[in-house]
Write a protein that binds this ligand. Structure first.
Ligand SMILES: C[S@@+](CC[C@H](N)C(=O)[O-])C[C@H]1O[C@@H](n2cnc3c(N)ncnc32)[C@H](O)[C@@H]1O
Ligand code: SF4
Ligand code: SF4
Length: 300
């Protein structure tokens, strides 16, 4: 995971998104790892905290009815249990701290990173607002592999972040600055409806996707602050957890009946049940080898 990444920001939303896809290819599009003949995910996304300081109009976090700022945060008890679960299956993928809020607002983000980073690569996706030279340096020495900064305001942010990086005295390629200024058409094209929770942007029609496959639950896993596991990062409805990590082992949930039902449905090109029936995400950008491994296993 430390090898993954570019740091040559193109500063054009379309190119930035393309670069982001390419950056993740080596891990998301690799041959899957197996445990007890079951393909494992390559990417574990954690939602550390249910709060954000911004309210971007394209993000469900801006809607109080969908994703209010509850300030709930992931506790060490769950982190330790999760580390045990992933060690048990010899997991060799990577972690991302992103999710349903702003990860750098979790007061223990450095300590959590240190624990997870002992075993796996970690990428933190942030709006950059909480970053300063002190915490950037601390994150670097807490075994974080990459900090990915989504810049929403405009090119004026570049100088500010370059200065923080220089003053923190961390390698330049530790931080990726990506252009997501949301004033142009380019970013608007990229917006998805987060399983029916976002209307803004120039979005694909849900009907056009209803018979399309989706690979997310074959290569990705999404874990909320309280241990609820969801199908993908697009499910902002958060009404249908596939299990909870405080109640069951990760592998039991990953190989359990609920997620299997969704996987089979999605690999057969059916998006019949919520949240998938309201989703307009392509779902096939990554994970081609993982989906193939699951199809072979299911004989479909
Ligand atoms: C929800 S944010 C959480 C991390 C952090 N707050 C940030 O903005 O980078 C994770 C990512 O989702 C993206 N995002 C949010 N709403 C989106 C939407 N409707 N369509 C596509 N991407 C979206 C953000 O731009 C960001 O890259
Ligand atoms: S995109 Fe990130 S910064 Fe913007 S509201 Fe959503 S969680 Fe917050
Ligand atoms: S169809 Fe949409 S909601 Fe369902 S798993 Fe894929 S991305 Fe997630």
């Amino acid at each position: 995971m430390n090898n993954i990444g570019h740091n040559n920001p193109p500063f054009d939303p379309r190119e930035a998104i393309e670069e982001n896809i390419n950056r993740k290819k080596p891990i998301l599009d690799r041959d899957p790892q197996f445990y007890q003949n079951i393909p494992l995910p390559s990417w574990v996304e954690l939602s550390l905290i249910d709060v954000c300081n911004r309210d971007c109009n394209f993000c469900p976090k801006s809607d109080e009815n969908i994703a209010p700022n509850t300030y709930n945060k992931m506790e060490f008890k769950l982190i330790d249990k999760m580390i045990d679960d992933f060690k048990k299956i010899n997991f060799d993928g990577a972690f991302a701290m992103c999710g349903y809020g702003e990860p750098l607002l979790h007061p223990d983000v450095a300590e959590i990173s240190k624990k997870i980073g002992e075993f796996w690569g970690i990428e933190i996706v942030t709006n950059g607002d909480p970053l300063n030279k002190k915490n950037l340096r601390q994150l670097y020495y807490s075994k974080v592999s990459k900090i990915v900064v989504s810049m929403y305001d405009g090119p004026n942010q570049i100088g500010k972040f370059e200065k923080i990086i220089e003053e923190a005295d961390v390698p330049r390629d530790f931080v990726i600055l990506r252009d997501r200024w949301n004033t142009g058409e380019e970013f608007s094209e990229y917006i998805t409806n987060r399983a029916g929770t976002v209307k803004s942007g120039n979005q694909a029609k849900v009907e056009d996707l209803k018979d399309k496959k989706c690979f997310y639950p074959t290569y990705h896993t999404q874990i909320d602050w309280n241990g609820d596991m969801f199908l993908c990062p697009h499910d902002w409805q958060r009404r249908n957890p596939v299990g909870n990590l405080m109640q069951k082992d990760f592998f039991e949930i990953w190989n359990g009946n609920i997620i299997q039902k969704y996987r089979k449905m999605l690999l057969n090109g059916r998006r019949d049940s919520l949240p998938c029936s309201t989703c307009n995400c392509n779902g096939r950008v990554h994970g081609s080898k993982h989906q193939l491994a699951w199809k072979n296993l299911y004989n479909i």
